[in-house]
Design a protein around this ligand. Structure first.
Ligand code: WQD
Length: 337
């Protein structure tokens, strides 16, 4: 049985990926520093799959702790989610973001180099494209100077990985996520925003649950069909499955380059107002919202051209926006019990 290390494995996307890995027969070991999640997610994963993954609470900024882990744990591959990810916060605290997101990546890659660990999947983001010149966005779209420190850590991360693969023969795939949303059908795992949600969907569900008074729609003067910004919202389980597909590509050694990257989205763009309408239909309740000014740093539109990911990863999204929103709402109701 192949053993896979999942860093950030108790986080939103990490936990859903751990479930899919276990269900595909992989043995999973999780490293998480619990800075943006809770230990109860480990039991929730076990409730879904029947197997509690091995867990180590480690701060990946501490090189000696990373080294100790690898001294005592042999793994066949690594899926690296662990990172700070709040766009606004990253601009206020750039050094914390570079130390955590880049530092931990370097320490893990050093261990891979020294111990001949070969397969690496990196959690990247469509923010590397900024506002793309053409839509839908293909992998050939130019990477642009990131608008945020968070986005820059993803760009720099990809460059570090590419150079490491070239110099040390590691095989790696970066998955450039669009907007992950929703929750596992069991409603035992989902998004756990701490504090006031920065992302749209948790803010929508918390407004519908009465936790927030009303949703502020950040701008309706964009050059889009209804003036609100457009994004590609992908069900988190579809996204998790893309990680399994990418890992299998590396394990089967059918990757074509040492370093590859794929756009992981649905291929469909939805505006904020379209999301609100779809949510009201899915949740069978109306949502309080108001139009306010644009949010600093937001782009007009981003949605993926998934042709290459579909073909090379032999992977397709299976769930609709409505299904994702319905699962997000069920998850929110579960949190309020
Ligand atoms: C989506 C749309 C907002 C909140 C970011 C990161 C990306 C990834 C996902 C980490 C935008 C609008 C939002 C609200 C709103 N993060 N909005 N009212 O900014 O596309 O992407 O989160 O991996 O890397 O860049 O996602 O959910 O914040 O915003 O109107 O209260 O919803 O303006 O158009 P975003 P988001």
């Amino acid at each position: 049985m192949k053993k896979i290390l999942v860093t950030g494995g108790l986080g939103f996307i990490g936990s859903h990926t751990v479930v899919e890995l276990q269900e595909k027969g992989f043995e999973v070991v999780i490293i998480d520093d619990l800075s943006n999640t809770t230990l109860s997610v480990l039991d929730n994963i076990a409730d879904i799959t029947g197997t509690k993954p091995e867990f180590h609470q480690i701060d990946l900024r501490i090189k000696s702790d990373v080294n100790n882990f690898f001294k005592n744990n042999k793994v066949d591959g690594i899926i690296h989610f662990a990172a700070f990810k709040a766009v606004g916060e990253s601009v206020q605290n750039p050094l914390d973001y570079y130390e955590n997101n880049i530092g931990s990546l370097v320490y893990i890659l050093q261990e891979m180099r020294d111990r001949n660990i070969d397969n690496f999947i990196f959690s990247s983001s469509c923010t590397v494209y900024g506002q793309a010149d053409e839509l839908p966005i293909t992998e050939n779209a130019p990477v642009k100077k990131a608008e945020s420190t968070y986005g820059n850590t993803k760009q720099i991360g990809e460059e570090i990985i590419q150079e490491t693969c070239k110099a040390h023969g590691i095989n790696a795939i970066a998955l450039r996520y669009f907007n992950p949303i929703g929750a596992h059908e069991s409603i035992k795992i989902g998004e756990l925003p701490i504090g006031v949600p920065q992302n749209l969907i948790p803010y929508v569900t918390q407004t519908a649950a009465g936790i927030r008074k009303e949703l502020s729609v950040f701008g309706d003067d964009y050059n889009t069909t209804d003036g609100t910004a457009v994004r590609d919202y992908i069900h988190v389980v579809d996204l998790a499955k893309a990680h399994i597909a990418a890992l299998q590509r590396l394990l089967e050694k059918i990757n074509k380059e040492k370093f590859e990257y794929f756009n992981v989205g649905t291929g469909t763009g939805s505006s904020v107002l379209e999301v609100i309408k779809a949510f009201e239909k899915a949740a069978k309740k109306s949502l309080n919202y108001k139009i306010v000014g644009r949010r600093e740093g937001d782009i007009t539109a981003a949605y993926a051209d998934t042709t290459i990911a579909n073909k090379e990863l032999n992977w397709q999204t299976e769930k609709s926006l409505e299904e994702a929103l319905a699962s997000a709402w069920k998850w929110q109701q579960q949190q309020n019990k």
